[in-house]
Design a binder for this molecule. Structure first.
Ligand code: M6R
Length: 616
């Protein structure tokens, strides 16, 4: 939530920040602002609306300074107004701040600052933080070491409860910047005679691939062309500079109309990347070097606990199905936000997993920390390398799906399904799965990218179907077993990007309540399995048809539905059961995407949402 870009170097700060903000806009897009230090003062522009609006206003001003901070906002405290947008300037005009996170004790701090004569123009917790820095800065003596601003920020943060990623500049110190984080991601890009502070890598990769991932409780002080990192308790930190493995082109839209569509089409490559180098030489199982556990360790595990949020939670449900089916080990799935507070009793030999594309979702991070606090080993399945969850887990599996910019998760989800399928195989082969079944399973997974490509070749036909259904305001998505989570995912995708009310249900549950919704005005999307449940699902479809409900059926090639039962049919290639959830996902993604486009929705930036939810 919220994006931060700060620049200090030799170039025009405003241009670099605006480019960075544009790339970070998926983090929050209700307002945007920037501040540039120049002419012994600061120029601040902040506007409600998108970054393009800010750029238009910035173009009217002379912004020549080389140091600045900027922000895209996803409102928490205070409505969407110009005044509440960041950056905020302290009432003495000296301190300028952008902030991502929530200051929980801001009311008490504000009361204190009011007694000291500080004024407030906004309703935000951020302005309170800004004035508290100004208060400490005013009290802090010049120390000859050039650390007055750093020391004031450090003192301020020691009085603050809550979460923050911040970047701070001071009109009296035009060649300095201080940034700090606790609970909100922040990185430092180290370029050629320039430094960039940002909420994530996408904002900096056009300038540099050298990056320092700041940890919670760390402050970075950039001055005199260099930087130092220290902690809140004054310990110096030796910086580790990592190299980002993806390039600026990976985060470009290219010929696609939307990032979501681009990312749907990137799925064959993302799935290949999830598998690359992870099958054993004999082709009968998977290998995961990053789990840091031996086969003997795995034999001690009698339960897995999977937690996540949103789409990742649907991936957990698929993991549960596959692990229980193939490895016969019990799996518990919990929403991360619930796990954190419900003090769940866990088996002594449980292994804890979190799934997070961004690796920054605060609820998932909190669940991970809670499980670690209780002494459990915690693994993470993450896409973003170096993310907080990836770093704080005891081991894990990187997805290597490449940057996902569209707010609606697509390629990250199917990549999580692929990793879940491979992990189920990995533990199944340590238990009862035979060598021959393992080889079949591996071969089936290797065919998935090509099969996804075949589904993508039907994109125009799926778009035609979508346009015919775009007028409806209620949808049901129905599936069974491993296709039930895909029904949930289909409903979530449609809700997120087209604002249509949609629900996912196990197909057989429909008759226990949701069937009351069925009419000509409420279509159902059926995810039809093969095998023993095929006829059962067909019966559920008959029940809908008998009530004049329209049906879109997603079926496997070779399966035949009774004549006229479905109004529209999308076929997916026949496949191994472990691959079925992946293949069934692609048509529901395309349906949702094209329905949203037909309704004129802003697919990549749906209302009220942000890509990475870093506040509770
Ligand atoms: O980055 P994460 O995987 O931790 O994000 C979790 C959810 O916020 C995310 O999946 C969300 O539900 C997406 N918008 C779904 O499309």
């Amino acid at each position: 939530m919220c994006g931060i870009v700060g620049y200090i170097g030799k170039q025009k700060a405003s241009s670099i920040m605006l480019e960075g903000l544009k790339r970070l806009e998926y983090r929050g897009y209700d307002s945007a602002g920037l501040a540039v230090l120049q002419n012994d003062g600061v120029t601040v522009i902040k506007k409600i609306g998108r970054v393009d609006n800010l750029s238009a206003h910035a173009a009217k001003q002379k912004l020549s300074g080389h140091v600045g901070i900027s922000h895209t906002r996803w409102a928490t405290h205070g409505g969407v107004t110009d005044a509440n947008a960041h950056p905020h300037v302290s009432s003495d005009g000296k301190i300028v701040l952008v902030h991502n996170g929530v200051i929980e004790n801001y009311v008490a701090i504000k009361k204190f600052l009011l007694t000291k004569g500080y004024d407030f123009e906004s309703e935000t917790d951020t302005e309170v933080l800004c004035n508290l820095i100004a208060y400490h800065y005013a009290k802090e003596p010049e120390n000859g070491e050039g650390t007055r601003l750093l020391d004031s920020v450090r003192k301020t943060l020691s009085h603050v409860e809550g979460t923050y990623g911040i970047a701070v500049v001071c009109t009296e110190r035009p060649d300095e910047m201080v940034a700090a984080r606790k609970g909100s991601p922040l990185i430092l890009g180290v370029g050629d005679h320039e430094h960039i502070i940002a909420s994530d890598v996408s904002a900096i990769i056009s300038r540099t691939q050298n990056v320092v991932y700041l940890k919670d409780g760390e402050l970075v002080h950039i001055a005199k062309g260099g930087f130092t990192i220290s902690t809140l308790d004054l310990t110096d930190v030796s910086p580790v500079i990592d190299t980002v493995t993806w390039s600026v082109d990976d985060a470009e839209l290219g010929d696609h109309d939307h990032y979501m569509l681009k990312e749907i089409f990137e799925q064959p490559a993302a799935l290949e990347n999830a598998m690359r180098g992870r099958f054993s030489a004999d082709g009968s199982t998977a290998n995961f070097g990053g789990l840091n556990l031996t086969a003997a360790d795995f034999r001690q595990i009698d339960r897995f606990v999977f937690t996540s949020c949103g789409t990742g939670w649907h991936a957990c449900l698929v993991a549960e199905h596959l692990i229980e089916r193939y490895a016969r080990i019990p799996v518990e799935v919990d929403y991360a936000s619930e796990f954190r507070y419900r003090n769940a009793p866990l088996d002594r030999d449980a292994l804890f997993f979190v799934i997070s594309q961004s690796g920054e979702t605060i609820d998932t991070l909190a669940a991970l920390r809670e499980a670690k606090r209780k002494g459990y080993k915690c693994m993470a399945i993450c896409n973003v390398v170096g993310s907080t969850i990836a770093r704080e887990s005891d081991g894990g599996i990187y997805q290597h799906a490449g940057p996902e910019i569209g707010v609606a998760s697509t390629k990250a989800f199917t990549s999580q399904l692929m990793i879940s399928a491979m992990f189920a195989l990995y533990v199944a082969r340590m238990r009862d799965m035979s060598f021959a079944d393992g080889v079949d399973y591996v071969n089936a997974l290797k065919q998935v990218p090509a099969k996804v490509t075949r589904i993508l070749q039907q994109a125009d036909a799926i778009a035609d179907i979508a346009r015919r259904y775009a007028k409806y305001n209620d949808f049901l998505f129905l599936g069974r077993l491993s296709l039930f989570p895909i029904a949930l995912e289909g409903a979530l995708k449609l809700k997120e990007i087209s604002y249509i009310h949609a629900e996912g249900y196990p197909a057989a549950e429909m008759k226990h309540g949701p069937i009351a919704l069925i009419s000509e005005e409420c279509p159902s999307v059926f995810l039809v399995p093969k095998g023993e449940l095929f006829n059962k699902v067909v019966s559920s479809m008959q029940e809908i048809k008998a009530r004049k409900g329209r049906i879109i059926a997603i079926i496997l090639e070779g399966c035949e539905l009774p004549e006229g039962l479905a109004d529209d049919v999308i076929t997916i290639p026949d496949c191994h059961d472990a691959a079925l959830p992946i293949l069934a996902t692609v048509p529901v993604q395309l349906l949702s995407y094209h329905i949203a486009v037909a309704r004129g929705c802003d697919v990549d930036k749906p209302r009220n949402l942000a890509k990475s939810v870093t506040v509770e």
